[in-house]
Design a protein. Structure first.
Length: 243
């Protein structure tokens, strides 16, 4: 029986790269999207063209009821997930004095509350498989070190690190590992940074380049594999030596 992995935010960027890589590894992929259906269809097409299996699922990760209803329905129809990549998130950057209530709330609801909203419906069915499992949370270097103009984002990404470590302890006896990937500056093709800000960021990276989405996907591939069964409660940075 093939193992299934849910990848949130799989219509573009890091999520798309992870979904395609895990399909190459032999997993069936549940391609999640919120509003970018065309991007999700493209991810599905790439997977299927390469001989893999993928299906789409749509929900807003910040909407708890929607997450539960749609994930429950998918699991009821197809069975529990062996793995979950909690990747979907948003950024609303700005200096703290200029952050609006909406900037704060939207980022917390999407980037932090999605930990509960997405994983809570998945965990008991995963336990029920009695075959172990893998949960990978995409955090950020901002959640470890903080970053100017990202107080809201740093708070959310630090929060999921704490939640992941606690969940790892709870699920260890079930042979379900929980780890975080903390990317630094990654070239997703849609990097929304001012040239001066990018120049300053590059100065902080000893390797003097941005990371590639395929490099993040390679790390996710390892953490999802059987070889990583003794790794849990860890935050693995992929940032070119930035911190």
């Amino acid at each position: 029986m093939k193992r299934t992995v849910l990848v949130t935010g799989a219509s573009k960027g890091i999520g798309k790269a992870i979904a395609c890589k895990l399909s190459q590894d032999g997993f069936d992929i549940v391609v999640h999207y919120h509003s970018d259906k065309q991007g999700a269809l493209e991810t599905q097409h790439i997977i299927e063209q390469a001989g893999g299996t993928a299906r789409l699922i749509q929900f807003d990760v910040s909407n708890r009821l929607q997450c539960k209803q749609n994930i429950d329905a998918d699991i009821e129809q197809y069975g529990a997930y062996y793995g979950v990549i909690n990747n979907a998130g948003i950024i609303r950057d700005g200096a703290f004095p200029s952050l609006t209530e909406d900037d704060w709330t939207k980022v917390i609801h999407t980037d932090l509350n999605s930990f509960y909203n997405v994983l809570h419906p998945c965990v008991m069915p995963m336990i029920g498989l009695r075959s172990g499992g893998r949960i990978i949370i995409v955090s950020s270097v901002s959640g470890i070190a903080g970053n100017r103009g990202q107080v809201n984002y740093s708070a959310a990404k630090a929060g999921v690190i704490g939640a992941s470590k606690a969940l790892a302890l709870e699920l260890a006896k079930r042979k379900i590992t929980v780890n975080c990937i903390a990317p630094g500056l990654i070239d997703t093709g849609i990097l929304d940074m001012e040239p001066i800000a990018l120049q300053e960021a590059m100065k902080m990276i000893p390797l003097k380049r941005m990371g590639q989405v395929d490099e993040v996907a390679g790390l996710a591939s390892y953490l999802m594999s059987d070889l990583s069964g003794y790794i849990t409660k860890q935050v693995i940075s992929i940032n070119g030596g930035m911190i």
